[in-house]
Design a protein around this ligand. Structure first.
Ligand SMILES: Cc1cc2nc3c(=O)[nH]c(=O)nc-3n(C[C@H](O)[C@H](O)[C@H](O)COP(=O)(O)O)c2cc1C
Length: 379
């Protein structure tokens, strides 16, 4: 049996638990990162921002680069296809925003992104991938900031890219590679392939972070045992369950903890989440942002349809308090929800949308892909 790692080393950065909050667009903002970090140690990555948006001083991009005052390790995921923009954006993140870690997104399956050769489509162009990574690492090195990459297995089962991506990452000086065990074509459907994570661990010397279908702390332990990954990246499993990070931290330090909050405790967590969002964004916007989290928090708990409906329209903390008062504090955690998928799942895509002629060659060095300023759809 593998000895479990109890920390994670990414270049100069040491993380006290080998657990990373997956960047999730529209979710992993400063408020959510703080909420999760209050539960346990880990690396809490900011939602994705675009390199072009950052370099061109786009207002929306800058607004997303907000950090909580208690966030001592600033970690940001960057999206881009142009090596020069990426390099400049990394420089800005290090020099002006004091980030301690930059992750690069090569996993986004959204057609709007892959159509332009970005996200999960980019690793097909091995030469371009190397260029992007080299520019990022060159910009981060003077600041001693580690750069990591996050990717998928490939475009589809006939066009796998992850082993080459791992080798290229290693050769480019990237500190670690995170692999989501699905192809772009699968999007979020089916099951994550942990064997691919194990194959990548065998293929490279840099740390590999395993990602996909960790719903409970025990899944994270199982993934590391099965694959030899240096750590785990957790996305959908923590939606409406920030306490999963408490269980994960405990698990990697040898304790078997499964937090089962009562509805009263979940309500307190919901209140805290909405409050932190309100602090960061103002009350009205914060409460509106909070709406999307309500179904996740209440999944499996008794709450009437009308109350759920009202909660989905919440626009102030007072209203939230009034509505939460209608829920039964003593209702126990719905244990049947444990280990079950939450968040996006959906169906595989019929085909992966790519730029014309994308598959014709695998290099792409020097190609000029159009990059949008406001690409925020994520992974
Ligand atoms: C709502 C949502 C937004 C996401 N946004 C991003 C993103 O911006 N960047 C990224 O690399 N992955 C993104 N992802 C993918 C996750 O980081 C993760 O790779 C994926 O959900 C698989 O992990 P999981 O099974 O633990 O959820 C997103 C996923 C979800 C559900």
């Amino acid at each position: 049996m593998t000895t479990l790692p109890d920390s994670l080393t990414l270049g100069s950065l040491r993380v006290d638990t080998p657990v990373v909050l997956a960047p999730m667009a529209g979710i992993t903002n400063a408020a959510y990162r703080r909420l999760c970090a209050e539960q346990g140690a880990g690396l809490y990555v900011c939602e994705m921002i675009t390199s072009r948006g950052l370099v061109e001083g786009d207002e929306t991009t800058r607004k997303m680069l907000v950090f909580d005052e208690l966030e001592t390790v600033r970690s940001v995921q960057l999206y881009g296809t142009d090596p020069v923009y990426i390099g400049k954006a990394v420089e800005i993140l290090c020099a002006d925003f004091g980030v301690a870690h930059v992750d690069l997104n090569f996993g986004c399956p959204v057609p709007k992104v892959t159509r332009k050769g970005g996200g999960g489509a980019l690793p097909w162009k091995r030469g371009l991938l190397a260029e992007v990574l080299e520019h990022a690492v060159a910009a981060a090195t003077p600041y001693d900031v580690p750069v990591t990459m996050k990717t998928r297995k490939g475009l589809d089962d006939d066009h796998l890219t992850y082993l080459d991506a791992g080798r290229i990452a290693q050769e480019s000086g990237v500190a670690a590679i995170a692999l989501h065990g699905r192809t772009v074509q699968q999007a979020y459907s089916g099951e994550a392939d942990w064997d691919a994570i194990a194959a990548l661990v065998d293929h490279v010397d840099i740390p590999v972070l395993g990602n996909g279908d960790i719903w409970e702390a025990a899944d994270a332990v199982r993934m590391v045992e099965q694959t030899g990954a240096a750590g785990v990246v957790v996305g959908r499993g923590c939606l409406g369950r920030p306490w999963l990070f408490r269980d994960l931290a405990a698990a990697f330090h040898g304790e078997d903890v499964a937090t089962l909050p009562t509805l009263g405790e979940v309500k307190a967590m919901m209140r805290r989440h909405a409050e932190l969002l309100s602090e960061h964004m103002g009350e009205e916007r914060g409460c509106k942002e909070f709406r999307k989290h309500i179904t996740w928090y209440l999944k499996g708990f008794p709450a009437g349809g009308e109350l759920r409906h009202q909660l989905a329209l919440v626009d102030s903390l007072v209203t939230l308090d009034d509505l939460l008062a209608g829920l039964d504090d003593d209702a126990p955690f719905p244990e049947r929800e444990l280990g079950t998928p939450r968040g996006r799942q959906g169906a595989p895509r019929k085909r992966v949308v790519l730029p014309d002629g994308w598959l014709d060659d695998t290099d792409g060095r020097g190609s000029h892909l159009h990059e949008d300023v406001d690409e925020t759809t994520g992974g």
